[in-house]
Design a binder for this molecule. Structure first.
Ligand code: UDX
Ligand code: ADP
Length: 462
């Protein structure tokens, strides 16, 4: 058995590294069109930051784990091919802003079709709309090379920041497909380290839909507690206390009830919009509207947070220095896709704030690119006024102390552990007074910080 994976991103890279680590006898070849990304996977500085990933890659790379751009060769040489390319939300044409852009998946399927000989098992790893496997199958079966294929859906449930732990001890592995033989080949790979009773098998469509549904339910919990956070602020209740109280009900459970400035990441919004598009396609307007509200609530939460900063700072942040702590969409990752920080900062910039940003893992170039993209989202181009703001009002600093010097406010947007152990007395001394501190993640000590002199604001408490 030989495995290849097309797409060396946040999903393909760690997943294949884990398979290679656990199955030393199976050659695993990860390919990508992006040469720089492949070079990074072959270097000491991996392209993604993920706790524990370096050790796993170091163990398997050079033994049975290879990274290269030789896509055709890898496909031809493998028995099992994972498709793990990006499926972003469409930004043009039919379904723009909702449907998944399947361009990359389709290109992969065509490439597999043209290069393959003999029998191959093709595994969908990317999150895809329900019935994509049907399209992939049609493309594969249209070949006249005599090659034959089985298509499986094997959605990834790892969360960034905990990917290695999630891969090592998954709650479940889901495999959807029609061919018993293909399913048991793939199950045989996972069985090397995952107990058999955690490997669930379903039909193709159930597997595809389960991935979208899992993410929709998780995002819905975050939006639900965030909706309650607005009510807490209005009524004097405390959202963390409410979350604790309801989370002890074993039917509800404690996870994913942390109120925040809003969820981000490459999956939640994209998958819900996908689900909404699918429902609309099948004429299920009420179901579509129900799920869309999860995204609407998330947008409201991000906007509400930025507006409350402006209102609290005497209704103007123009020319005020604001320290931004955290850019990643959650801690322990360098991924900033759809991070709440982007949208909060865009809104503050348009109020003409001067932003001094620090994140322990996200690179300066990425932060600037994210802001530029957000500012061009409405029209496709960055206006002259926004360009000036980007050039004159944004700076990225090397540590959080540098951001706070003579700042009017510190705003925590990612729950990095290091923000919990900062010398806040030192930060307070360096800031202008009153010194405002906004905790968009409810991670800081809300009793101690006001005692140091801060005017402290958190989510869902007045
Ligand atoms: C998610 C799913 O959890 C994972 O199973 C799937 O494979 C991919 O999508 P990910 O996006 O990496 O994983 O991170 P996740 O931990 O789910 O967090 C998503 C967002 O929700 C983050 O911005 C996080 O900060 C936010 N969040 C999460 C909250 O605001 N509150 C919570 O209680 C939990
Ligand atoms: P994810 O978070 O789903 O892993 P990423 O964007 O991090 O998404 O990774 C997807 C990767 O797939 C990118 O590195 C991209 O270059 C790669 N990719 C897209 N299309 C192809 C293709 N046809 N052949 C090889 N690699 C591809």
């Amino acid at each position: 058995m030989k495995i290849c994976c097309i797409g060396a991103g946040y999903v393909g890279g760690p997943t294949m590294a884990m398979i290679a680590k656990q199955c030393p006898d199976i050659p695993v070849h990860v390919v990508d069109l992006n040469q720089a990304r492949i070079d990074a996977w072959n270097s000491d500085v991996l392209p993604i930051y993920e706790p524990g990933l370096d050790e796993v890659v170091n163990e398997a790379r050079g033994r049975n784990l290879t990274f290269s751009t030789r896509v055709d060769e890898a496909i031809a040489d493998s028995d099992m091919i994972f498709i793990s390319v990006n499926t972003p939300t469409k930004t043009f044409g039919i379904g723009s802003g909702r449907a998944a852009n399947l361009e990359y998946v389709e290109k992969c399927a065509r490439q597999i079709a043209s290069v393959s000989r003999g029998h191959k098992i093709v595994v969908e790893k990317s999150t895809l709309p329900v019935r994509t496997a049907e399209a992939v199958k049609r493309i594969l079966f249209s070949v006249s090379t005599g090659a034959t294929f089985d298509v499986l859906s094997n959605p990834e449930f790892l969360a960034e920041g905990t990917a290695i732990e999630d891969l090592l001890r998954p709650d479940r592995v889901l495999i959807g497909g029609e061919s018993e033989q293909a399913i048991s080949s793939l199950a045989g790979v996972y069985e090397r380290w995952v107990p058999r009773n955690r490997i669930l098998t379903t039909n193709l469509w159930s597997s595809e839909l389960s991935k979208l549904t899992a993410n929709a339910f998780l995002a819905q919990r975050v939006s639900s507690i965030n909706a309650i956070s607005a009510l807490c602020e209005a009524t004097g209740a405390d959202v963390d206390e409410v979350a604790r109280a309801i989370g002890t009900d074993s039917r509800i459970g404690p996870k994913f009830l942390k109120a925040s400035v809003g969820f981000g990441g490459s999956c939640f919004q994209k998958d819900i919009l996908n689900l909404v598009y699918l429902c609309e396609h099948f004429g299920l307007q009420e179901v579509a509207a129900y799920w869309e509200q999860v995204v609407t609530m998330n947008d409201y939460q991000k906007r509400r947070f930025a507006e409350s900063i402006v209102r609290t700072l005497f209704s103007t942040v123009s020319d005020k220095r604001i320290a931004i702590w955290g850019w990643a969409f959650k801690k322990d990752t360098n991924d900033s896709r759809e991070s709440a920080a982007i949208y909060v900062c865009r809104d503050l910039l348009r109020e003409r704030a001067r932003l001094h940003i620090y994140d322990p893992q996200v690179q300066k170039e990425q932060i600037l690119a994210d802001l530029e993209l957000a500012m061009s989202a409405d029209t496709g181009v960055v206006s002259q006024a926004d360009r000036q703001l980007l050039e004159n009002n944004v700076s990225v600093e090397k540590d959080c102390y540098a951001t706070a010097n003579e700042a009017h406010a510190v705003v925590v947007l990612t729950e990095w552990d290091e923000f919990k152990t900062v010398d806040y007395a030192k930060i307070y001394t360096s800031m202008l007074k009153p010194a405002f501190l906004f905790d968009g993640r409810n991670i800081l000590d809300r009793r101690a910080l006001p005692k140091l002199g801060f005017e402290f604001h958190a989510i869902g408490m007045s």
